[in-house]
Write a new protein. Structure first.
Length: 317
């Protein structure tokens, strides 16, 4: 009897997947498109989220998912209070544990960037509680619901690692990133793999001697750059270029990387000017990479990361 009541409770709280009308299918399609564009074209991400919201009257789960997607756009545009208001609508009105989990994880992301420490931990604890609750009925979910839960799990660890990293809590940051299931990453979208690899390459999360760490970080970042180009994830192309610029602008390690990763460095070298093609001047190369990162961040319309890239460029001169 207890198991029957548990299954019924979870069914009610996770939403009814059987009512799959054409209109709801269209809302789901728009939400999927919004999600797919989040790191490649923020305007398209916004467009499809708004379309999903417009059509979602009478479909609370689609409405909530659209709000989470809209909050991501607000977050990327540094409109943190707006992002939290959009997410409050989900947590204040939805009863679907999956949508509530996604909203709490997105609140973690906003709180981390905005520096809302107490709120971050509140959101993190609620997200953890929801993940544990959903786990009990995971086998009841549709494939799409399972994918959304898995995405939330991965984001939870990535954001937690980022938060700890910026607090200087390197051991906790490493523990969080190690809890990420690489096989699960491979089953999810390419953006989360790029996100995880970018973190591993951006510094502080790998163990070993200094030279081996620099080499592995370079490999992760170069992989993010090339895979970001292949999948048109502009955000990660720009982020990887910014970090590679700093790495190749470091007089201590740049000559070593030139020696052990010559093909990758040649690939990164500007080819637009014959006098600079294949240049051995790592400072010049790092400046060109930082300038490219700025252009890509501006194309993506990310004011926060654009300012960070300008700071990087200033440090290189």
């Amino acid at each position: 009897m207890r198991n029957i009541l548990l299954c019924l409770s979870l069914f009610l709280f996770l939403g009814c997947a059987a009512d799959d009308t054409p209109l709801r299918q269209q809302v789901d399609r728009y939400n999927r498109l919004s999600y797919a564009y989040r790191y490649s074209d923020i305007d398209s991400c916004l467009y499809y989220a708004e379309k999903a919201k417009e059509l979602s009257a009478g479909y609370p789960d689609g409405f909530s998912e659209a709000h989470v997607n809209l909050s991501f756009v607000a977050y990327q545009q540094m409109q943190y209070d707006k992002a939290l208001l959009l997410l409050d609508h989900v947590t204040g009105h939805s009863r679907n544990q999956i949508e509530l989990l996604c909203a709490e994880v997105m609140k973690m992301k906003v709180s981390q960037r905005a520096g809302y420490g107490p709120e971050f931990y509140d959101n993190r604890n609620r997200a953890l509680s929801r993940m544990q609750r959903i786990e009990e009925g995971f086998h009841l979910l549709t494939d799409r619901q399972k994918a959304r839960v898995e995405h939330a799990h991965l984001e939870y660890h990535i954001i937690s690692s980022t938060y700890s990293y910026y607090l200087g809590q390197d051991s906790i940051a490493k523990d969080e990133i190690r809890q990420i299931d690489r096989a699960l990453l491979a089953r999810q979208d390419s953006a989360q793999m790029l996100y995880s690899d970018y973190m591993l390459g951006s510094g502080g999360l790998l163990d070993g001697d200094s030279l081996s760490i620099v080499e592995r970080e370079f490999d992760y970042l170069f992989g993010v750059y090339t895979n970001g180009l292949r999948t048109n994830n502009v955000y990660f192309v720009a982020n990887s270029l910014q970090s590679l610029a700093m790495m190749l602008g470091d007089a201590k390690y740049a000559p070593h990387l030139r020696e052990v990763r010559p093909l990758a460095c040649d690939f990164l070298a500007p080819k637009t000017n014959a006098d600079e093609a294949g240049t051995a001047d790592s400072t010049l190369l790092s400046i060109r990479l930082a300038e490219t990162a700025i252009r890509e961040f501006r194309r993506y319309k990310d004011a926060y990361q654009t300012s960070c890239a300008y700071r990087t460029l200033g440090e290189l001169y």
